[in-house]
Write a protein that binds this ligand. Sequence first.
Ligand SMILES: [Zn+2]
Length: 486
Amino acid sequence: MRVAVGGIFHESNTFFTRPTTFEEFTRRNTTRGPAILQRWQGTVSEIGGYIEEAHRQKVFLVPTLMVHGMPSGPISDIAFEQLVGELLERIAGVRGLEAVLLSFHGAMVTETLQDADGEVLRRVRDLVGPEVPIAATLDFHANTSPLMVAQADILVGGDTNPHLDYRERGRECVALLARGLRGEIAPRMALAKAPLMPNILRQRTAEGPMAALMERAHAAEAEPGMLAVSVAAGFAYADVECAGLSCVAMADGDLDRARAVADAIADRAWELRESFDAHPPRAKEAVALAIASGSGPIVLVDVGDNVGGGTPGDGTTLLSELLEQDARGALVVIADPGAVARAVAAGVRNDISLDVGGKTDEHHGPPVRVHGRVRLISDGMYTNRGPLRHGIAEDMGRTVVLHSRGLTIVLTEYKTPMWDLQQLRSLGIEPALQRIIAVKAAIAYRAAYEPIAAQLIEVDTPGLTAADVRRYSYRNVPRPIWPLDR
Ligand SMILES: [Zn+2]
């Protein structure tokens, strides 16, 4: 079985008005041909899972193009066309092609396309024709669309948040594809959407309404004749027609059955809507709480500048408040290439005054003037050692550790989600010994920080991923939708 493997993976925040360029999109984790297998083999990722299961199922993977970009603004049309063109060209070049296996996020938007994942699938379908199966994995935050379901034969979405099961879902997708190719099963998929955008802070699959939905999905999946059931929370920071929570159910040769299961789970999500709400404290109150708390680390969650949700990562709301309230022993990480350049020019052991953060847009607080000492300059490279995306190399760009008035300020050239303790340890900083750590995140950070934190305080900070989506003016999401319309 010769299967082309590739993908274009991006979570696009449409409130970020600056389009993501080709250079930004492809800077990290873009691989072509055999390098894809070398790069991802053995990692905790869907692609690591594909490789593992393909070996087991005697599927021969032909690697094409794999782009795994950092979440950010919509992809520029030029970058999208160039990458899709290359992907199609490489798939077209695979001799004896029997199937296509693709990695998507499911919330990719371009300057002109609201459902870019669906569009890639449509073009791949046009290329390979109706007889060649197309299988794909999606993120738990996919805004799954009817177009995606129509163009693909197999879609498998993540079941966990934080996303700890990427490898398992990758394996599951390949196992289903291989069984289909052997004629053992005939996957039939149905999509149901609920008019619901759950609060980002209520999307943990370990507790609350999402845990209830996942339990329901797993029970349905275990029924005879069912092949897979995926629930996706959706990505509310993409203002698109296919926004909202969704369920994709896959039954063996029985579309009506798939439809009934998907509908039942979407209906249940709708019934649970009020429990998908959250009301975290504002920065002033949250920082005071952290200072008043006993031993650390107290993790302050900067929800509005959640790097994993596509924000700039240069928000200063918590930094200003920590300085204002004279917090001691607190650590913040801010992406600011200009500040890094100035600190590098100043050199280690030297004092410097500079404006930090708040430079990308006006949504994440103004730049903050700090006076501090350059303690360390690093190349910013490290490899994840925790449970999330274990084994994958990360690149923060040149990175500076600055000490200022009892605060540790980590300045990076590239924004980087805080989902692994190795990020700070690579800079000689032991996270467990910090009194207060501000993380620009919503849920994913928990995989690394929950085990070491004395307390987690979610903070209602402003920004492009604010906890309350009623802050934004939406133009494209289907109305009515909860919580925009009660
Ligand atoms: Zn996600």
